[in-house]
Design a protein around this ligand. Structure first.
Ligand code: C2E
Ligand code: MG
Ligand code: MG
Ligand code: MG
Length: 282
């Protein structure tokens, strides 16, 4: 019986794996098409200054409108994009689209709204990021500070001198740099001061811990203190409740984003908010 069970389990596993790799190959092929064929789009989540409630920018988040399967979220297709190297083409598209959107809002609404773009490890290490960023800015007549690049710690610590050089090149163009998901990675405190960055983003998991049962503000407090000591601004992500926001205000965190203020929304959906709420890009 144990043998039968084993054989069945084996058969089950191979069947599973076959189905999974088929699904993967399908996804890879259709993702390749999606990048070229206009199935990707960006949604934008407002970032708000805590002291006065003003909008200071938006984070661009990629979405995939699959012709048959509908909306697909990044958690499902970014791993495949990364494994296949498609992430670089996808990242190029996101970067250019974000810069085009800044220009479109300027033309249409007569305002400047900075956009933060997530940059993957492969895209950051590809050596051409500063040149690509420069081209995307120039093509859309933008100044550097209108764009922010979000990278994670793990992207930076593989090759610290290389990362410093890439960040330096971005800084020379005036682009802002934020360290995303801060606190979840290696937290290489010994390297942090060497990176020319502007902002720390406290990971959503620590914001969740701020309130409710067993509330714990240890990590946000430490990150905010560390950021301020390094002369960096601190933004909290994933803020869902007024109680969380109150703690962040108490801790002197500069800004936040999260469902409390707004979910990520399409460019069209964001426009009424942009015109109603003055943007302060400073
Ligand atoms: P992230 O950069 O840390 O983005 C924050 C994620 O948290 C987003 O998920 C956002 O929709 C979600 N979020 C925002 N506010 C709240 C909240 O109050 N509560 C909760 N529960 N969630 C909130 P999303 O859009 O699914 O993106 C997931 C991750 O995928 C991103 O995490 C980022 O690492 C990656 N990603 C998204 N767009 C891009 C992109 O264009 N390029 C690259 N390379 N990565 C991207
Ligand atoms: Mg991000
Ligand atoms: Mg994040
Ligand atoms: Mg994240």
């Amino acid at each position: 019986h144990a043998k039968d069970g084993g054989r069945n389990a084996y058969r089950f596993v191979t069947k599973e794996m076959g189905a999974r790799s088929r699904e993967r190959m399908d996804l890879e092929a259709s993702l390749r098409r999606a990048i070229r064929g206009g199935e990707l789009f960006l949604v934008f989540q407002p970032q708000v200054r805590i002291s006065d409630g003003r909008l200071i920018g938006v984070e661009a988040l990629v979405r995939w409108r699959h012709p048959h399967d509908g909306l697909i979220l990044p958690d499902r297709f970014l791993p495949i994009a990364e494994e296949t190297g498609l992430i670089v083409a996808l990242g190029d598209w996101v970067l250019y689209e974000a810069c085009s959107q800044i220009r479109r809002w300027r033309t249409k609404l007569n305002l400047t709204i900075p956009i933060a773009v997530n940059v993957s490890g492969a895209q950051f290490r590809d050596g051409q990021l500063p040149a690509k960023v420069s081209r995307a800015l120039d093509a859309n007549g933008l100044r550097g500070p209108e764009l922010e690049v979000e990278v994670t710690e793990s992207t930076l610590i593989d090759d610290v001198p290389g990362a410093v050089a890439t960040l330096q090149a971005l800084k020379e163009r005036g682009v802002q740099v934020a360290l995303d998901d801060f606190g979840t990675g290696y937290s290489s405190l010994s390297y942090l001061h060497r990176f020319p960055i502007d902002k720390l983003k406290i990971d959503r998991s620590f914001i969740q811990d701020l309130t409710g049962q067993g509330a714990d503000s240890t990590v946000p407090r430490a990150v905010i203190g560390l950021g301020h000591n390094l002369g960096l601004s601190v933004i909290a992500e994933g803020v869902e409740t007024e109680a969380q926001l109150a703690v962040l205000r108490e801790l002197r965190c500069e800004s936040y984003q999260g469902f409390l203020y707004s979910r990520p929304v399409t460019a069209d959906e964001l426009e009424p908010l942009l015109t109603r709420q003055p943007v302060d890009a400073a």
